[in-house]
Design a protein around this ligand. Structure first.
Ligand SMILES: Cc1cc2nc3c(=O)[nH]c(=O)nc-3n(C[C@H](O)[C@H](O)[C@H](O)COP(=O)(O)OP(=O)(O)OC[C@H]3O[C@@H](n4cnc5c(N)ncnc54)[C@H](O)[C@@H]3O)c2cc1C
Length: 446
């Protein structure tokens, strides 16, 4: 739609083929129906895929200001929530409405229910578009068939076949912005928990990737924004048969040193370990917001920590993390919840604490393209020029997710759709003029 509107605004006569009965079905489900269509903080580092320098040069030509100006020109009011751009009305359907209106007002001819099956070069340099029971020839064609994430919306990967027919090389396509599946049965016990966490992807002891944000624990493994952000890269590593673990830090706000001081304090409160740095003890006691009452240890900042030696293992850990997590970690450390903490043994308590900072799951895969928000991979950027024109098929332009560009969560994928659609649409219209400047009887560019 972006390419069509831009090409039409550039003076070209445009026909838009859509295999569905209406345009923009995927757009309706974006941002949980609210459509996160861009981001105030935009840079090539927000994208994976081909050469970042090239991605940067395209983003420079159509950045966040251009996105805002474009939607303003369509009458859409935008707002920014922590940098994420949404329509003020928070309705993806309204974003689609303004795009459809612009398509209509720019006299783009929409041909629904037509699935293009081939795009090929003609001898005269023009491009033929073929579908089941028809064909048409154009000066230029923009391929914007999407990837193969959420295939029910219409983008089921057939665009890759169209590109393949034109001889365009492609990077392997994997699901991205998707939940990761883990081997451990334990996931079932903690499903439903949401927590601020850091997720680290480890190969052996080496940390390859890390992300922080709201983690969601699910029956099959892990999900939520930090997992989505990592998932495309994890899928590529898994393709190479790499053995990966996801190590989850449920207390990312504490450095390892701070955490160790905290653990020493807690063990001391359990009557298990008197040793500890009193300075840290004081600081951590302050941080714990402990109650006054039965106290042990020295007072610091007017606060003193509670003697917890009379608590059970379960109550000793109450208040640290989500109850489901603590119950699982206590079990994993081989402890019973109802025994006195003093009888639990130092090593086992330490194991419970260790799990809070480094709970490890084996990653065996991800959810499928059906559940993915985008695809990583696609037509290699080396196959297109700065104008997004196919080097091997001049006159054919590519835009959107079909190309080997995938963004982080946060409006970056739609931004890429607008940005690449704009560049391809502008060039395709210019291309039409360039190819002899053919005009129809009303003097319009053909
Ligand atoms: C659930 C979900 C939520 C998302 N949320 C966000 C979000 O909030 N922010 C964000 O930035 N990104 C989000 N995305 C990603 C974003 O929607 C896509 O990256 C973006 O829509 C890609 O745009 P596109 O134009 O390349 O492809 P698409 O939007 O997939 O459009 C391609 C169109 O081409 C049509 N088509 C395909 N093949 C043919 C053919 N052969 N002939 C005719 N027509 C054809 C399809 O039917 C489709 O209408 C989300 C994705 C999903 C699935």
């Amino acid at each position: 739609m972006m390419a069509a509107i831009t090409a039409a605004r550039g003076g070209a006569r445009v026909v838009l083929y859509e295999r569905n009965d209406r345009l923009g079905r995927k757009l309706l489900s974006t941002g949980n129906g609210k459509c996160n269509l861009g981001n105030e903080a935009l840079g090539a580092e927000d994208y994976h895929g081909g050469d970042r320098r090239r991605i940067a040069s395209w983003l420079e030509r159509f950045g966040t200001e251009e996105t805002k100006a474009f939607f303003a020109s369509l009458g859409l009011m935008l707002k920014d929530r922590d940098g994420y751009l949404y329509p003020v009305c928070e309705q993806a359907a309204v974003v689609l409405d303004v795009l459809r209106l612009a398509v209509e007002e720019n006299d783009v001819l929409v041909v629904p229910n037509v699935k293009v099956t081939r795009v090929q070069k003609c001898r005269d340099g023009r491009i033929m578009v073929v579908w089941q029971d028809g064909s048409a020839v154009y000066d230029s064609v923009v391929l914007a068939c999407g990837g193969k994430a959420a295939p029910k919306t219409g983008s089921d990967g057939n665009g890759y076949l169209l590109a393949e027919q034109l001889g365009l090389a492609q990077s392997p396509v994997v699901p991205a912005l998707v939940g990761l599946r883990c081997r451990e049965e334990a996931c079932k016990a903690i499903a439903g928990v949401r927590a601020e966490a850091e997720v680290r992807i480890l190969e052996g002891t080496r940390c390859l990737l890390r992300e922080r944000g709201e983690l969601q624990l699910v029956e099959y493994g892990i999900s939520g924004i930090p997992v989505f952000q990592l998932s495309g890269q994890v899928n590529y590593l898994l393709r190479e048969k790499r053995v990966l673990r996801a190590e989850i830090d449920f207390l990312p706000q504490w450095s390892q040193k701070e955490f160790e001081a905290y653990v020493r304090l807690r063990l001391r409160l359990a009557g298990l370990d008197g040793a500890g740095d009193p300075g840290n003890h004081g600081r951590m006691a302050g941080r714990l917001s402990v109650e006054r009452g039965r106290t042990i240890g020295r007072k610091a900042n007017g606060l003193a920590a509670e003697d917890m030696s009379g608590r059970t293992v379960e109550t000793f850990f109450t208040g640290l993390l989500h109850k489901k997590l603590m119950t699982l970690f206590i079990k994993m450390a081989g402890l019973k919840t109802n025994i006195l903490v003093g009888e639990a043994g130092r090593e086992r308590l330490l194991e419970v604490f260790r799990l809070c900072k480094a709970f490890s799951l084996q990653v065996v895969g991800s959810n499928s393209f059906d559940q993915a928000q985008v695809c990583a991979g696609g037509v290699k950027l080396s196959e297109v020029t700065e104008q997004l024109e196919a080097v091997k098929a001049p006159g054919v332009y590519l835009a959107g997710e079909l190309l080997d560009v995938d963004g982080r969560c946060g409006g970056y994928n739609l931004h890429w759709a607008w940005c690449s659609g704009y560049i391809a649409g502008t060039a395709a219209a210019g291309g039409a003029v360039g190819l002899g400047g053919k005009k129809d009887d009303k003097g319009e560019n053909l």
